[in-house]
Structures are given as C-alpha cells and as structure tokens.
Design a protein around this ligand. Structure first.
Ligand code: CA
Length: 467
C-alpha cells in the first residue's frame, strides 16, 4: 500500500514537470545554492521554531520540496565533489575529507577532485553557459584543482574548508583567503553578505546570456561568527550556541532573498532553475544543529548525517507548492542541470538522474566512509559497522532509526548486504584517508551521548582537522 502511495505521489510529481524548453526558447539559467552543515530541521520550511528563513521558505513554496534527498558523503569535501562530478566519489577514490596535515613523507598533491573528472562547470560550459562559482570550494588546494581550471569562468571565494566571516586581510589567511580568479582580496562585508553581493552582481552582468551559478556558502559552518544585529533578533533563544546559529542562518536567508530579488529585477526569474540544498547533515558538534526527526549528526551515515533539505524551483516547469517522496541524491543535480540546458542524452558515466525526467521507482543508494557503509532501497536502510552487528531500519515507518529490525528481517538484511558488496565492487580503494583519530571518532559519533559531550568541548577545533 505504501509503495502504491509513493508511486502515485511520484507520478503526480512527474506530471507536473513539463518538458525542457524547446530549442527556440533561450536556455534557462541554473543556480545551485548550497548551505554548509545546517540542520535538517533548521529552516522554516522544515518546521524550525528557532530559525527564521522567510526567503528560503518562499523559494520552497515556489517549487518542490524533496523530503528524501541525500548527500553522497556525510561531510563537506567529498560531498561537494559528488555534487560537482555527478558521481559516487568512491568511484575515483574521494572517500575522505581532505586532510590538510598529511602524514610525513606523503605527497598530498593528488588530494582533490580527480582531474580526469568533468565537473558540472565543465559540462554546463560545453552547453554554452557562462559558469560562475562563488563561495567555498574545498575540493583541492593545489593549482590543478582550482575552480578556474575545473570548469568555472569565474571564481570568487576561498579554496579551503572554512573561513572567518568577519573581513580579514587575505594575505594572512592561507586556504581561507578570499580571492577573485586567483587574485587575493579583502572582503567588503560579513562573508555571507559578501558572497551574496557578488552573486547578485554576477546575475546582473549575465542577464542576457545563460549562466550557471554555483553559490556555495560556507554558512553555517563554524566558526560561529555572527553579526550582532542578526544575533539580537534572536534574543529569545536561551541556548547561546543556537542563538548564534539563528543569526548566521538569518544572514544566509538574507542572501537567498537578495539572489531571488536580483533574478526578478533583471527579468529572468521565470527562466531560472534554482536548487537549494545543504552539503551534509547538521553538525551537532560545534553548531548544535537540529536534525529532528532524524537521528545522528554530520559524519555519520545515520539519516541525520546524510539526509538534507532540498528545494527545486523553476516557474512554469516545476509545480509550486509541491512535494516529492522520490529518493534523490545531490549527484542528481548535474544531470538535472544538463537536462534543463537541453541535453537530450546524458553522459553514461553519471550516477545521477535528472529530476525533470521520469525515474525508476525502486532506486537504491549506497554510502561508504572508511569502515562504515550504508544502503537504502525502498523503505529499507542498512547500516554496516566495523565494531557491532549490522542494523536494519524501515524508514517509511521509522525515519528516526529507532527500531533495529536486523534480527527480524534477516532476508532483507542479506539482500541489502549483497547489493552493498556489489556496489563496493565497482568502487576503487580510497586515495587517501584522514587517519586513525577520525576512524575512531566517526564510529563514536553514532552515540548521542558522545556527540553531546563533544559539543561541550567544541569551542576549540577537534583533532586539528577542519571538517
Ligand atoms: Ca559541510
């Protein structure tokens, strides 16, 4: 019965999607707005009571909310690589976060998005798009991984994993330095506002030609720098960490509002596909993010680590106010963008599928990180650990993963395990890893008590690692 309901919902969704524009119509602009580390529940349209996100809520109401959207990896760097490449990152050995402290004697110049991979920038440029990346890059520090040689005509942002939000002299900031196409500069405002301003300028400059804008905010990733005025709006929130987070989220929302206003002001809002999502589950160690009703945090393969808010809006094409239960992944963004651009036959190497096209209903997704792995097929979710028996959950009835059905549903468990092994057989060995500290810490983070205890100490960086 549930399957039937899902199928019906999905078909309603499909009917609401018109065909991509005719070739005589100008190609639509495509904008991907990415938040960083935000909680699953920390947006108004996701039911938050603390966070206020009126502009993102308006965007959500103008399009479709995907309730079962997943990242490829539960933390920043490989997740962004999966979005950019449109593929499982384990196919090219990008299984771990970048480590900025490689073991002695290790040549780390290969640590980044494999130069053989074509990015969404490369592929949209081939379709005649002006390609622009604004914000956090985090898929390689070395010159061969720089956005300007990875498919983006324009880059304004920083190549590392995190940056201070208050303007700093970039000469002293290393990988957090703000640059425009390789030229260092000092931002003019609070970083979230600075990125929004730059995105708005690019929209105005490119209004007469199709463009692809990857607006990858580092908000609301740590450090928890916040504008006083933004924080003051949330004086009623008693938890100081949540209050700061609400202020940071407010700035992010302000930026989304400015981008949407710029599209309208330039008369291109009707011809622009906008996707809004987040790069991994909410961080509960450092941000006190709220992933309710999901369990777990960033870095785990629990739903709270891998399921993210996701909105797609395209006036006249995607039905406003709609919702989908289709299981999707951030690697679907690339084929969706190509489909919107008018590409009839998608490249075979991609793992994703266009959200604008008819899709298979029984899609399976897989995850592997270090010594943990997971699989999702239909309502079933398998979790495989190095130090305890595998677990099985029915997400249709138990999205919070509270009732392990492994012993009751052994056939389902075996079938999913077999599918997982088959998928792993297509992947390659990781090209680097982040070392024993994280291998152990990431297993510990399946415990809510451990996460809570770590958050108490989260004022300082953990293990010297930027995550
Ligand atoms: Ca992140």
């Amino acid at each position: 019965m549930k399957k039937l309901l899902l199928l019906t919902l999905s078909l309603i969704g499909l009917n609401a999607c018109a065909a991509p524009p005719e070739s005589s119509v100008r190609q639509p602009n495509v904008i991907v707005i990415l938040a960083d580390d935000a909680g699953y529940a920390d947006f108004g349209f996701q039911g938050s009571r603390d966070m206020q996100t009126p502009n993102i809520d308006r965007l959500a109401a103008s399009g479709r909310i995907y309730n079962q959207a997943y990242v490829t990896t539960p933390f920043c760097s490989p997740s962004r690589a999966g979005l950019l490449a449109g593929r499982y990152t384990q196919r090219f050995g990008y299984e771990f976060n970048l480590t900025h402290r490689p073991p002695k004697g290790v040549d780390d110049t290969y640590m980044g998005l494999d130069v053989e991979e074509k990015t969404i920038g490369d592929r949209m440029r081939q379709q005649g798009y002006q390609t622009i990346a604004v914000g956090k890059w985090h898929v390689g520090d070395y010159a061969q991984f720089h956005p300007n040689v990875r498919g983006f005509d324009e880059f304004y942002g920083f190549v590392g994993g995190q940056a201070p939000y208050h303007p700093q002299d970039s000469k002293k900031q290393g990988k957090s330095a703000i640059e425009h196409n390789g030229k260092l500069l000092t931002p003019k405002a609070y970083l979230t506002d600075d990125f929004s301003r730059v995105a708005v300028d690019y929209i105005a400059q490119n209004k007469d030609q199709p463009f692809f804008l990857y607006l990858a905010y580092n908000a609301v990733h740590t450090p928890m720098d916040v504008l006083q005025a933004d924080m003051d709006r949330f004086a009623h929130i008693k938890d100081p960490q949540r209050q700061r987070l609400a202020g940071m989220t407010w700035a992010l929302d302000r930026g989304v509002g400015q981008v949407m206003a710029a599209l309208k002001d330039n008369g291109i809002d009707d011809n622009t596909l906008v996707i809004f999502t987040n790069d991994n589950g909410g961080d509960k160690v450092g941000l006190a993010a709220d992933n309710a009703p999901l369990r777990g945090t960033k870095g785990t393969l629990l739903e709270g680590g891998i399921r993210v808010p996701f909105v797609a809006s395209w006036p006249g094409v995607i039905e406003p106010g709609s919702a989908s239960e289709q299981v999707i992944s951030l690697f679907d963004i690339l084929p969706t963008a190509l489909d919107a651009a008018g590409v009839k036959k998608l490249p075979q190497a991609l793992d994703g599928q266009s959200l604008l096209a008819e899709t298979e209903q029984q899609r399976a997704l897989f995850w592997r990180y270090d010594n943990m792995a997971a699989a999702r097929s239909g309502p079933w979710k398998l979790l495989r650990f190095p130090d305890r028996p595998a677990q099985l959950y029915n997400l249709a009835t138990d999205p919070g993963e509270t009732r392990d059905l492994a012993s009751e549903q052994q056939e389902t468990l075996r079938a999913l395990m077999k599918d997982l092994f088959a998928w792993e057989g297509q992947m390659i060995h990781p090209r680097w890893n982040t070392g024993p500290y994280w291998s152990q810490e990431d297993v510990r983070r399946y415990s809510a008590e451990h996460v809570k205890a770590r958050n108490k100490k989260a004022r300082k960086p953990i293990g010297g690692q930027i995550r």
